[in-house]
Design a protein around this ligand. Sequence first.
Ligand code: PMP
Length: 411
Amino acid sequence: MIPSATGYSPFRDEFPELSVKVHGHNLIYLDNASSTLKPMAVLDAERNFYTTTYANVHRGVHHLSQLATEAYEDARRKVAAFIGACSENEIVFTKGTTESINLLANSWGSIVRSGDEILVSAMEHHANLVPWQMLCQRSGAILRIVPINEAGELDLQALDEMLSPRTKILAMVWVSNILGTILPVEEIIAKAHRVGAIVMLDAAQAIAHMPINVKALNVDFLCFSSHKMFGPTGIGILYGRSEYLTRMPPWQGGGDMIRDVEYNKATYADPPLRFEAGTPPIAQAVGLGAAIDTINAWGWEAIKVHEKQLYEHLQDVLNSIPGLRKIGYAKQRTAVQSFLLENTHPYDVGILLDSMGIAVRTGHHCGQPLMKSLGISGTVRASLSIYNTTNEIDRLGHSLRKAARMLGIAS
Ligand code: PMP
């Protein structure tokens, strides 16, 4: 069903947390880039798993352990199909995007040498910056930052100039959590491959907003978090091309990642288990599988139509507010908008909106270098999802005008 533009979302009823009252107001949840709310299907799947099927995976001959293993591996197959991977063996379960990038920086990073170059953009989340900084400190590799323009778009000419045979890894955000920019990733991947670099995409903000096909993209690694796509916290994905995963050493040691262990040495399992030491997030994988089924049932067309309406309405509403400055105005965007009210601190605006029942995020959004380069300490960020409505955006507009009056910047 295609949703209408009239302050309505056909998906709302599936999200019980939307009925929560905040300071006496109906909750308006506009912090979706940080984490999405969870539909009943995900909650039911986890509850059902814990009440009927739960046991530890991979090590048991007993009935429940086999059922749990099957459920866990079934979730892996769902993820593989969802992102168009060649095989479920290319799907590594991690704790989230952050852990996926750390895994890659540590494991693939072990072949990086002094003088090699790693490229990231000027709008990375700290999760796609600090692990590479740490790798460079360990290895003597050089971290290079591809600049962006004022609108928040990647400077592709600078990228061309920076790419060279010294570039070993290009690790880049697909959709900026701060600026909402959608990067032209197909073009970026092709450019990086031409100089022989491997490419990792941080798809944390892309995964809930657009269909992804890693084969069509020809990307080498891609990571995302379940909690930003209606699934549980505590689980995420590192997708890696088989030929690369099989060459990568383990990052963490322990149970489940081994083939054979002696007192003074061990051999390791094949991927993906090589990278999943210890008891994995089993029920979370089942919940993630249910989130994928739910997104597939909604359909990307319906999601895109609704989010486009919301995005356009958000732009209209924010444009009508005197003294509001948008941070990030790239041509290709998702439904994320950072902004400032002139002469106010984002934190004060966030607190006032919260008192009116509206959840937005304020601060540096894990992008301190970008904030410093923009000469600001932070922003207010409204980020939309499938269950938001145009009425909620109108209420954001009214509340922002009220906040501006309360902060003494509008009459
Ligand atoms: N990258 C981007 C672009 C993000 O938005 C986030 C989460 N805000 C992360 C990485 C880190 O994700 P997580 O905290 O789930 O590991």
